[in-house]
Design a binder for this molecule. Structure first.
Ligand SMILES: *Cc1c(COP(=O)(O)O)cnc(C)c1O
Length: 200
């Protein structure tokens, strides 16, 4: 999946023309601004990969077909009732926090059973997988145990779609069974403060 946060709608269109169909964005508001310029990309799938505050759940459902960052039963239930109201059936991934970093979002692995149970009662949201972001490291091998753990949890709970791996460690993630790798920098170059793509 192409991660296009901080890149312009123009960059997304070019990536689409090059054949990419899955796009990941981190911020609801940022994508809300770009989305009107992307109306012709009808068959693209847009994934929310950044933290979702429950007061933005409705807007997120209007913009994204896949919400990868469900991290509480409360958020899941809210998304489900709003999706029902809107006649939508979005796909959902549960974000799992496998490290003990304080500044990371995601549900603890020990809270997964409760979330899976809530997923079973959903009528609109289809929970199909798990997502994780391991601690950043220069050495991709450091990510492997986190990817392996996510794959283990996916098997345990019958959630086969694993979203794991970024520019620096996607090869390792694929070896460990990733369904989605989320790649930004390796496709588009470094993210600058403005939304213009770097000149190559
Ligand atoms: C930004 C981001 C990515 C992409 O990171 P790159 O290193 O640019 O490939 C992937 N996943 C998440 C959750 C991100 O925030």
């Amino acid at each position: 999946m192409a991660v296009t946060k901080k890149f312009s709608a123009e960059t997304i269109r070019k990536a689409y023309q090059a054949g990419l169909r899955d796009f990941g964005e981190n911020y609801v508001q940022e994508f809300e601004k770009k989305r009107p310029e992307l109306n012709e990309l009808a068959d693209a799938t847009c994934h929310l990969i950044g933290h979702l505050q429950s007061n933005k759940a409705g807007t997120a459902l209007d913009l994204f077909q896949v919400i990868q960052t469900i991290d509480s039963s409360k958020l899941l239930k809210r998304l489900d009732s709003m999706a029902q109201e809107r006649g939508l059936s979005p796909e959902g991934l549960i974000e799992v926090k496998l490290s003990d970093e304080e500044n990371k979002t995601g549900t603890a692995a020990s809270d997964l059973p409760a979330l899976i149970e809530a997923a079973g009662t959903c009528r609109a949201v289809r929970v199909t997988g798990l997502m994780t972001v391991p601690p950043w490291s220069e050495d991709a091998e450091q990510s492997r145990p986190y990817f392996r753990k996510l794959a283990e949890l996916g098997r345990q709970f019958g959630l086969p779609k694993l979203s794991m791996g970024m520019s620096d460690d996607f090869e390792v993630a694929i070896e460990e069974g990733a369904h989605f790798v989320r790649v930004g920098t390796a496709l588009f170059g470094p993210r600058t403060k403005d939304t213009n793509p770097p000149a190559h």
